[in-house]
Design a protein around this ligand. Sequence first.
Ligand code: FE2
Ligand code: ZN
Length: 386
Amino acid sequence: MLERHEGALGLAGVAAQADALTIAWRNGDSAHIPFLWLRHNCRCDDCVIRQTSEKRFRVSTVERDIRPSAATIDDEGTVHETVTIRWPDGHRSMFPSGDLAELLHPPRRQLRYWDARFEPCRFGFDEFLASDQIAAAMIEEFLTTGACILTDGPTEPNSVERLVPRLGPMRETLFERIHNVVVDPAGYNIAHTLEDVPPHNDMVSYTWPPSVQALHMLVNDCTGGESVFVDGFAVAQRLRRELPCMFETLCAVQVPFSLFSAKDVTYAVNPMIELDSAGHLKLLRFSNQTMLAMPLSEPRLDDFYRAYYELDARVNDAHVQASSRLEAGEILLTAAHRVLHGRKPIKGAGRRHLQDAYFEHDNVRNHLAALVHAVPAQIDLALPGP
Ligand SMILES: [Fe+2]
Ligand SMILES: [Zn+2]
């Protein structure tokens, strides 16, 4: 769920400092807002294209060290309370105090981390498509835990396309738009064999791997082959707490990955753990099967192998691996930059046919914004992701 801070309405004062305006609220909150930020975010008719609500004003059209000539509080103590700023060229910018208060405490999605005991929430496929309310509940849950299961879905090949209005558009790669995962002696990927598939995320051979994955079971008449999934962010966060040097190594050292078929090759070199500018986890790239040899010229090769050894052991620890046998008509949705998926070995001769399709987390999140008629920025500032 999103945590929202109660608005800090009620301005106590404004004061210009060397390069920022200090705004104080009566509840004790305060903010130091750079002058150029204030000038940049002016919402007057000169600075905004009214038709589109987009910015017209560009920062480089004023002095970089611009300072207001005056800053005052108007309509103090009323619902119209506003900080009014006058600039040396006569321009005037007005900021309702409620808007400024919200900027102090932007809503942030609290991710719910999990381990082997996790059971993803289940939602009916038809209900998810038919009901905006159920779709919103599913997406909300998905954004929080990174994994949900749709049940009682179709079993016709490519019917995962029916999710496009809710989750799409589909993210395509160089390989098939919808990947067929069947045991195939000519297959190009470990998933086409009977082997145990250790937890991984797909397509880390792209610099921006698909951020949502749908694993749609069409036929499951084999024994074994249970799906395994791991909250990679929970594992990484724990590593960060317990072995920060190793975590930092995995954030820094570039690792090559490649996935290829007879006709296509994908290749990208990136760190296994990526953070956003605030230091929050943004994206994991973990796929032992598609990782290439590390270059011997890597100066931190020893450190890297110590850290990778630790991460590999943690991801493959039974305590973090949730598991579920996907039956025909079930679709496991994962936030693929966060949640790793795998499969236990397939036994027996029964048929098994899974289809994989990819979507993008931004689009899924924005579908939720549309469903609850909210401004996207108020829905989720957390993820990245995932
Ligand atoms: Fe996979
Ligand atoms: Zn303006």
